[in-house]
Ligand binder design. Sequence first.
Ligand SMILES: NC(=O)c1ccc[n+]([C@@H]2O[C@H](COP(=O)([O-])OP(=O)(O)OC[C@H]3O[C@@H](n4cnc5c(N)ncnc54)[C@H](OP(=O)(O)O)[C@@H]3O)[C@@H](O)[C@H]2O)c1
Length: 311
Amino acid sequence: MAQVGWYGLGSMGLAMASNLQRHLAAKKALNLIYSNRTMSRGAPLQALGAVAESSFEKLVTRCGIIFTMVANDSALQTLLSSALGSGQSLKDKIFVDCSTVHPGIVSTAVSQLKEKDASFVAAPVFGGNPIAVDGKLVFAIGGPRAATEAVKPLIQDVMGRRVIDCGEDATKSSLLKIAGNIVTVNMMEAVGEAQVFAEKTELGTGPMEELIGEAFGAVAGGYSKRLTSGAYAPPLESRPGFGVSLAIKDAKHAMAMAQEQGVQLPGLEVARHNMEAARDYAGECLDSSAMYGRLRQQAGLEFWNEKSRKA
Ligand SMILES: NC(=O)c1ccc[n+]([C@@H]2O[C@H](COP(=O)([O-])OP(=O)(O)OC[C@H]3O[C@@H](n4cnc5c(N)ncnc54)[C@H](OP(=O)(O)O)[C@@H]3O)[C@@H](O)[C@H]2O)c1
């Protein structure tokens, strides 16, 4: 098996890479080589046997399959540019990006790497940090058949419970991810609205949460818990489960593509506006569900609830 590398140890990446390293160790395969902008984030991974490499270029040199899981389009572009500009041979290397990025970025990466006889696989994921920790993410995978077949055994029942094959056009899996997040962000907005309604009417957030989980499923129930547990506004300097700026990025990608196609996304527009207002008020350290804080303010409540941080 090719040497596997991993770049990006954020809320999602660290959990995913840890499951991948456990799998490689169990198979007695070569240990994962990892890198991250903040290398200290890799300590738990090193404890599992993975090997640190501070330079992304060197990680690419040392690996045949390179996973990336970074915040946004520009972070991914910077990494790919460093690999493409390094002058090293990229022949037969497979780059697998799990981040949520615009299909246009994917399209550029596909052609730039093809020119170097390398492959790009887009493999964005559905599910938050607890699902990543459990190795139960849903992946949407797209790219050249030989590359996706080489990568699937590192994903299925390792980091993910399900791999949706979007075919050889990698932009399709990126598109599916952006489309899926239209649902995610709208659902967070709906759960936030319902919980503010339940609090103001003195129905209570407890029965509301029970109903949301029971009637609308575990995902909606999980979004409700982010509110009632205060995780929508976690302690400063902590890493939010799904940072508000990441969800705003996803909403903007969806709205830009919708506009090109003459599609209206009014629900998403409201949710994006509320996320931006929450960020303006409370800063960057917020979960994507923080539109709830904004909804609370609009209802005459404090942005913070009894379990969130207070400033
Ligand atoms: N969290 C979720 O629930 C979730 C679910 C599905 C998909 N996603 C998507 O998955 C991706 C990662 O999400 P996450 O929640 O893990 O994000 P995160 O916790 O913010 O971590 C972002 C990662 O990207 C790195 N990074 C950021 N800017 C960089 C730059 N300019 N150059 C190099 N590295 C950079 C960070 O390095 P440092 O550690 O040094 O900061 C970190 O490793 C995003 O595209 C997100 O939209 C997230």
